[in-house]
Ligand binder design. Structure first.
Ligand code: NAP
Length: 368
């Protein structure tokens, strides 16, 4: 077994607050508690909105954090110890994944932006040797979520592919949009992709996503409804709360499918996320009322709308996402910072926190 130190460097929120308060702290190295867990020497971690917002108290309705709070739920590294019940992984294996299972918010975030983290083996897949740890980390957890949200949208229409279809995905260079676009085109065979970015990012789309986006719209200065002829978009995946109207404007009003990773969830979806046993009744009332908002938004259309929360704990889907990655059907779109550069880490986490500014997935290098 590798020589594992008793303490490790970890990105933490020392108290409730935004990313400007994050620090690198010395924390106890976690140890394996469950037989199916592995201990990972983390090389690179990726960060998404919820991962940093939890420290700012924005998810308190689901999870009341205790501090210091280790940040991060996703990343890539090398297995350095395995529990007695681990069947498929061994010390030395290079892996990547996301440590969330539903119902969520039962355990503190595992702290993937640390030198070591513990993760159940069923949430990890092997890193292809052709990928760096940073690249592998950048795909978590979005490739599996992209696959699931598109698959679900096709399923409700009794279809299996996006062949021949025009697909709208706002936020081409966001952490989620950049992956959904590639999965839609390279795995599900979408014929045409339309997307949006802010003005300064327009010339960067072809650089980061070569050959992927057929029509790019500057959402700051142009209106999607003015540039996309009515009825020409078959399928949309909404990636930002503020881009729902663009999806509705683009879609065929009679037959369009609008899948979303970021709408207000229905009671059913929220119960799956939090768990029925911890679901406050009043929260259900709020979510039911919120659905009237969507009834109003979709009034006069037959657009099918559903919000999907990604589930990396569905092993079959996780393995399929691993194949998508291994076959090179998605390329990393990321920005990389070193953990030691705490100012860069804070600034980039701030962009993720406010969901504005950054390009692709934020990846933090922990150790080389
Ligand atoms: N359901 C799921 O399984 C799941 C999984 C992962 C994430 N999510 C959710 O998905 C959302 C997005 O996450 P993310 O990782 O993509 O965040 P992100 O990478 O931080 O994306 C933010 C980017 O989106 C762009 N953007 C913001 N508003 C836009 C709009 N109206 N139209 C087009 N682009 C816009 C911004 O670009 P500019 O700076 O150029 O404006 C910004 O760079 C979050 O709410 C997150 O919680 C859900």
């Amino acid at each position: 077994m590798a020589n594992i130190p008793e303490t490790m460097r970890s990105l933490v929120a020392p108290k409730k607050g935004p990313p400007s308060t994050f620090e690198i702290a010395s924390m106890p190295t976690p140890s394996i508690k469950e037989p199916t867990d592995v201990l990972i020497h983390v090389r690179a971690a990726s960060l998404g909105t919820g991962d940093v917002q939890i420290a700012g108290g924005k998810l308190e309705v689901f999870y009341k954090a205790t501090f210091p709070l280790k940040i991060g739920i996703s990343g890539a590294g090398v297995v350095v110890a395995v529990g007695d019940g681990v069947k498929h992984l061994k010390v030395g294996d290079e892996v990547y994944g996301t440590n969330i299972s539903k119902p969520m918010f039962r355990i503190p975030p595992p702290g993937f932006v640390s030198e070591y983290t513990v993760c159940p083996e069923n949430l990890l897949i092997r890193k292809p040797p052709s990928l760096s740890f940073e690249e592998a980390a950048s795909f978590t957890p979005m490739v599996v979520a992209a696959y699931q949200v598109i698959k679900r949208g096709l399923q409700v229409r009794g279809e299996e592919s996006l062949e021949g279809k025009t697909v709208f995905v706002p936020g081409a260079l966001s952490g989620t949009g950049s992956i959904i676009i590639q999965v839609a085109k390279n795995y599900f065979g979408a014929a045409k992709i339309i997307s949006t970015v802010s003005t300064a990012k327009v010339p960067l789309v072809e650089e980061y996503l070569p050959g992927m986006v057929d029509q790019i719209i500057d959402y700051k200065t142009q209106k999607v409804g003015d540039l996309v002829p009515q009825g020409t978009v078959d399928f949309a995946v909404n990636t930002q709360m503020s881009s729902m109207d663009d999806c509705i404007a683009a879609l065929d009003k009679k037959t369009g499918t609008l899948m979303s990773i970021t709408s207000i969830p229905t009671k059913k979806v929220a119960k799956e996320i939090i768990g029925a046993d911890r679901f406050p009744w009043w929260f259900g009332v709020i979510l039911d009322l919120a659905q009237y908002y969507y009834t109003w938004k979709f009034w006069g259309t037959n657009i099918y709308h559903e919000m999907v929360s990604g589930s990396p704990d569905i092993r079959e889907d996780l393995e399929l996402s691993g194949e998508i990655v291994a076959l090179g059907k998605v390329k990393p779109v990321m920005r990389v910072v070193e953990l030691e550069d705490i100012e860069a880490v804070r600034n980039n986490c701030e962009e993720v926190y406010v969901v504005k500014g950054g390009i692709g997935k934020l990846v933090v290098v922990i150790s080389k």
